[in-house]
Design a protein around this ligand. Sequence first.
Ligand code: DOR
Ligand code: ZN
Length: 419
Amino acid sequence: MLLIKNGRIITHREIFHANILVNKGRITQITKAEPKADIIINADGKLVIPGVVDPHVHFRQPGLKSEDWNSGSKSAIAGGVTTVLDMPNTNPPTTTLSRLLEKKALIERTNPPLVNYGLHFGAKEDNLDEIEKVVGKTPLAASVKIFMAKSNESLLIKDVNLIGEIIRRARIVCVHAEDEEVIEKFFNMPNHNSKRPKIAALSAINKLIPFANRGRVYVLHVTSLEEAELASPFYKEATPHHLFLNEELMKRIGNYAKVNPPLRDEKDRISLWTALKRGLIDCIGSDHAPHLKEDKEKEDAPSGMPGVETSLPLMLNSSLNGMISLEKLVELMCYNPARIFGLKGKGTLEVGADGDIVIVDKDLEKKVTADELHYKCKWTPYEGMRLRGWPIITIIGGEIAYKDGEFFPVRGREVVYEV
Ligand code: DOR
Ligand code: ZN
């Protein structure tokens, strides 16, 4: 039994002082009393939040070298993330039931610490029969993911009717909403950002609108208020990089700032915060998409940047500076992703919920540096940024997985989907 005492508990609804008792992996008491326990954590002066659920990571196995489930898990756990949902654009991609099962087996062979996980399933032009196998009464995947544009030569679906059909059949569909046809028209533009303009994103969202009543759609990484407004019938995700960085970064760090959809201008970046404050953003997803330095150094470098470990610190720093309330942060990073993807027991602190809990030191101020992060790629676009509010203890299933820089061999599990 584990007791977290004297903490300031933050949920998506309220903030209060209480002690939390965790037994056999679940929260069994939230109380002013002090029940007996074998392990006691004194959280006096600290914040206690539900473990972050990151609905959008690329942990790169099988087949790719820029991350694996060991380095990815450590990065997540040190960043206060206790559950990740992993994307299907691996090599080979997760587009058949047997590959989905192989990926689970591969993850289960990872040495602890292992973060809790769920897997998104990839859609392509000709795998409806495979999609049917994973979306049944007992779902096997977090969602079906559709790329409407190529991103690093990934999966692609151009046929809008097929997209509608997948939306009808799946429990929930995640969409990378950039329009390949628009991107093709901008092929001759001078740089990455102008080759994939905002209108490509708006055009893709427009194509989804007729399917709004057919099923549940989660639009990944919207980059501006305009997109968030247009995508009003759908769930919407924002990434930390679109909230904290703008296209000027390309001048400083070149292709390390190359990502799809691209970083936008400062006006769009600010407008994304407006969208978030107006309640138009449902989730923060890191879109943790690491690439090795040797690949980022190439002229035609792949798109994507790491982010799973800095997502919570960035948002905590903003929240502690008054940008959003701590309850809103928990709603965006814990509660909503768990509810939207139907993750049983996740995203909240209440009796019966899983014992996935993060202790935050709201007064700890540190500079972000890749040397201290756990990414295999060994770089971060936030290098040198000073942030206040860091996770110091991460608990998974009632066991301490990370404390003050040290990891413990705790095994997370695959999530269970509620239908
Ligand atoms: O920048 C990106 N990188 N966008 C994507 O959609 C894919 C991702 C990756 O997997 O590298
Ligand atoms: Zn992604």
